[in-house]
Design a protein around this ligand. Structure first.
Ligand SMILES: C[S@@+](CC[C@H](N)C(=O)[O-])C[C@H]1O[C@@H](n2cnc3c(N)ncnc32)[C@H](O)[C@@H]1O
Length: 236
């Protein structure tokens, strides 16, 4: 049976009250946020950047971005109003720099070329049409902007057991992409210079990054896989 947005909505309405205190903050969400922030810093330094955090939940990650990069302006977007409401204190204490928006990652409520960075942390497996979501993320990025997407890494036995067996038994028929499927989604959406890194740990995750096409990189997908022992892929 397929997975739909109604299931995601019901799950996160239930979870919204306790979300910020759950053990996954320590096991998965916190480590994945740290990995993303370090990549944003490496790539953009202290430049003033506009960031869209798609599937932002209660805005925890958005607030961490602001602490690490005080010149950033972050839009946190989520499907579920109750999750956004769970972060009410955050939105109001960073009124001009951290803005909540209710919306769907498959239909982003933003104009073309609006952001320097789109982040998406631990949300992507909930999207029934993942290609559409990545294509939308490409659309709202400025040419040369960067998509940084983290989701559970399910290609190795431990990750497969956690995400495809345990998480699916709790969340239903969600879909954690394989590494190669994620690369294809990025390439089909028009991303270039895509690279991937697997972060090991109790809950392994995959960080995939790609650069939005510019006129000069049109038609030049290029993949770099930085997992030790994994073949480099290149489709110049
Ligand atoms: C596990 S939480 C992750 C929250 C946050 N990104 C983090 O890392 O702490 C997944 C979030 O994705 C949101 N979500 C699910 N489907 C969505 C969709 N189609 N568009 C936008 N957000 C969605 C859920 O409402 C939920 O807040």
């Amino acid at each position: 049976m397929g997975y739909d947005k109604q299931q995601a909505t019901e799950e996160f309405i239930r979870w919204s009250e306790s979300y910020d205190r759950c053990i996954l903050q320590w096991l998965l969400f916190g480590p994945s946020h740290r990995a993303l922030i370090s990549r944003i810093r490496e790539r953009f330094g202290d430049r003033p950047i506009r960031v869209l955090d798609a599937g932002c939940g209660t805005g925890q990650f958005g607030e961490k971005i602001l602490k690490a990069l005080p010149n950033a302006q972050v839009f946190g977007m989520d499907l579920v109003a109750e999750m956004l409401r769970g972060g009410a204190r955050r939105w109001s204490s960073h009124r001009d720099t951290l803005m909540p928006v209710q919306g769907d990652s498959e239909h982003l409520p933003f104009a073309d070329g609006s952001f320097d960075v789109v982040t998406c942390a631990n949300s992507f497996h909930h999207y029934p049409d993942q290609q559409r979501a990545v294509t939308e993320m490409h659309r709202v990025l400025k040419p040369g902007g960067r998509l940084m997407l983290v989701d559970g890494f399910r290609d190795a036995p431990w990750g497969w057991f956690i995400y495809d067996v345990c998480v699916e038994s709790i969340e239903g028929n969600v879909h954690h992409c394989s590494r190669s499927r994620m690369r294809d989604l990025f390439a089909n959406a028009g991303f270039v210079e895509t690279n991937q890194k697997v972060h090991r740990g109790p809950a392994p995750f995959l960080l995939t990054e790609g650069t939005a096409r510019t006129a000069s990189t049109l038609g030049r997908p290029h993949f770099k896989v930085s997992t030790p022992g994994v073949r480099q892929h290149s489709r110049a």
